[in-house]
Design a protein around this ligand. Sequence first.
Ligand code: FAD
Length: 434
Amino acid sequence: MAATVAASLGADVTLVESSIIGGAAHLWDCIPSKTMVASSIRMNSIRNAEKLGFAADQSPVDLKRLAARMDTIATDLSENTSEVLEDQGVRLIMGRGRFVGPHQAIATTAEGDIDIGFDVALISTGSAPRVPDWATVDRTRILTTRDAYHLGEVPEHMIVIGSGVTGVEFVSIFASMGSRVTLLVSRQQVLPHRDAEVAAALEEDFLERGVKLLKGARAIGAVVTDDGVVVTADDGRSVTGSHVLLAIGSIPLTANLGLEAAGVEDDGGYVPVDEFQRTNVPHIYAAGDVTGKLPLSSVASMQGRKLARHALGYQVKPLDYSKVAQAIFAEPEIASVGLEEADLAAAGRRIRSTKVPFASNSRSVIQGQERGFVKVFSDPATHEVLGGTIVGHRASELIGILALAVQGRLHVETLVETLMVHPSLSESLTEAAD
Ligand SMILES: Cc1cc2nc3c(=O)[nH]c(=O)nc-3n(C[C@H](O)[C@H](O)[C@H](O)COP(=O)(O)OP(=O)(O)OC[C@H]3O[C@@H](n4cnc5c(N)ncnc54)[C@H](O)[C@@H]3O)c2cc1C
């Protein structure tokens, strides 16, 4: 994003990439995981087809075909991005970059080293899955999320460690694909940092689908045996499965980047930045997971868009992290924008919280997707929309309406007076606002 925006504003841009253009989001994270989600949603629809008048077909998913589809999507997206950048005149160098001075970098490529002098640089090297010291990833039985896409066959019993966003998405995927799934939850609810009501909706779905939740169990060991793997928890419990998936966060990729040569300070590998994404060296910016801010592709892109303009002398507004829309692609989908109810209260804000269930929405009922709810938070004095949470079918799309309301500082009355299509899921937003 930074490269394309800077090029469109007339800058001379060089992009160094050691893997594929588009980054981990294309190859390992957002795109392949959501491609798996798309297939798992279809699996669930097929499973529930009888409800809509069809004879249910229980044919299993072919993971090899699915993996081929993921690879094609990643390659196509990457090629399209590369074409756009090249058309804009961006110089693409496939190689590993490192700083050798505050205005000098080297890209090590298959054809040798290339020297690159620069006025402005951006560090956006991303992150990699965190592997605890009690597990050895063999990519066959003990996996990180990056190993979850090419398993060949649906795992018989997947043990997922980590009940944050990534963990619960993979629980939902493998449960839909027919695996037995056990989730180790180190605290007393999945999604420990989220609204209890949201976590409860997800847990209800997991339990209905036969997912076993081991609450209060922090994993401390994972050992491969002859026919599977055994995971032990700190409370003495252990669980035996066919595979283990580690979903316990990520670490920044800044080793061997030559930060010291450029004079850039890091904090435990993360690169601290100011509100305009500048590091302690003002002409060197950092964006994305490497900054330790909200690790989302959407956030990384927006940071890139803003910093490119800033670096070229344009006035930009700092990114407001309290207005980021985000989603968890489980079933039901969970999406939110703005601060959570508890955070708004903790910040001393008086809020009005209104909620309607999708069970009263005719489109939800027609589609057989009645689960979930819409919650809208507003300021009781000014009526400004402060945020909201949506749990249910297409929540990741519907949240855009609330995100626009929050960004535009709209009043609840504007939502109420917006004539939505009938029957549609969006009607629940106006109803909740009312
Ligand atoms: C399983 C999973 C699913 C996710 N799903 C979503 C989602 O649905 N929506 C969402 O918004 N976010 C999602 N995320 C988060 C998202 O993927 C990251 O926040 C995002 O990719 C960060 O972008 P980035 O540009 O910082 O890094 P990356 O996308 O990781 O890009 C960094 C790039 O730098 C390259 N690189 C590293 N070092 C060097 C070097 N020395 N020289 C040259 N190149 C180098 C890497 O090869 C990589 O291509 C998901 C994360 C995971 C783990």
